[in-house]
Design a protein around this ligand. Structure first.
Ligand SMILES: *[C@@H]1O[C@H](CO)[C@@H](O)[C@H](O)[C@H]1NC(C)=O
Ligand SMILES: CC(=O)N[C@H]1CO[C@H](CO)[C@@H](O)[C@@H]1O
Length: 253
């Protein structure tokens, strides 16, 4: 019934075969809270997905970092949702700010991707978040509401969606949203879901935080009532990721 704590590790565009094997063996040897307490999903680059899936401990799952917006075909360089399903990759991250900003993925395009991936049976970590300029001009909620609205317009079943709030100014910058700043946006997002989707979706959808989460700040962030987990960047490639997984116990304490 409750929202199980969720921690995703976004490896981004990093790693060699040797490094990937090392990270997997670190994760496989780690002592972590049980699967009742934390759901763990790591997201290597496409080319390492089969290696990681086949060598990772079975209670941890894998996510792709992106997929094509519709059925595959003549789209050179893309990877379709169908291919991920075929390889039994259960999760996909969509709408990461690096794709929104560097590759110009618009809100509607991300919404279409989320809807299509869900329709194929994938589970989706859907990312939203404002830039520094947007925060400073006071438009944080307008921005994340518009991003969420583009998803909600095309998605009716939210059971397989995790919403990741990642303020762009906190990604890879070492600047972390304060626990109060994260809680404020998560709480507003839940209100948005309640008013614009349903009470049930608002109560059950996990809203996770991303942006310079590390072993030192994870516990206090995890203690916020509307923070249901994390999407971890740089720290997900290090042993510190295990400390972040352990912060899940804050909720069950
Ligand atoms: C419902 O959605 C609209 C459009 O995004 C927004 O303006 C409004 O504030 C939302 N309601 C709540 C309570 O968040
Ligand atoms: C932990 C780690 O190695 N992360 C790196 C991923 O790649 C980016 C870009 O080169 C680096 O900034 C990170 O340190």
């Amino acid at each position: 019934m409750g929202r199980k704590f969720f921690v995703g590790g976004n490896w981004k565009c990093n790693g060699t075969t040797e490094e990937v094997k090392k990270i997997v063996s670190m994760l496989n040897g780690a002592e972590v809270p049980s699967g009742d307490i934390v759901e763990v999903v790591v997201s290597p680059p496409f080319v390492f997905l089969p290696l990681v899936k086949n060598s990772l401990r079975p209670e941890f799952h894998v996510a792709a970092q992106n997929c094509w917006v519709k059925k595959g075909g003549a789209f050179t360089g893309e990877v379709s949702a169908e291919m991920l399903v075929n390889l039994e990759i259960p999760w996909v991250i969509l709408g990461h700010s690096e794709r929104r900003l560097i590759l110009n993925e618009a809100n509607e395009f991300v919404g279409e991707k989320v809807a299509y991936a869900l329709s194929q049976g994938l589970k989706v970590i859907a990312c939203i978040g404002e830039t520094l300029e947007q925060r400073e001009s006071g438009s944080t909620m307008d921005v994340v509401a518009a991003q969420t609205k583009a998803i909600a317009a095309l998605v009716s079943n939210w059971a397989n969606v995790v919403l990741a709030y990642e303020p762009v100014w906190a990604i890879g910058t070492g600047k972390v949203a304060t626990p109060a700043q994260a809680q404020e946006v998560h709480c507003e997002l839940r209100k948005w879901l309640k008013a614009n989707v349903s009470d049930e979706v608002a109560a059950t959808t996990r809203i996770i935080y991303g942006g310079s989460v590390n072993g030192g700040n994870c516990k206090e962030l995890a203690g916020q009532p509307d923070v249901d987990g994390f999407l971890v960047g740089g720290a997900s490639l290090k042993p510190e990721f295990v400390d972040i997984l352990k912060s899940a116990t804050v909720k069950s304490a």
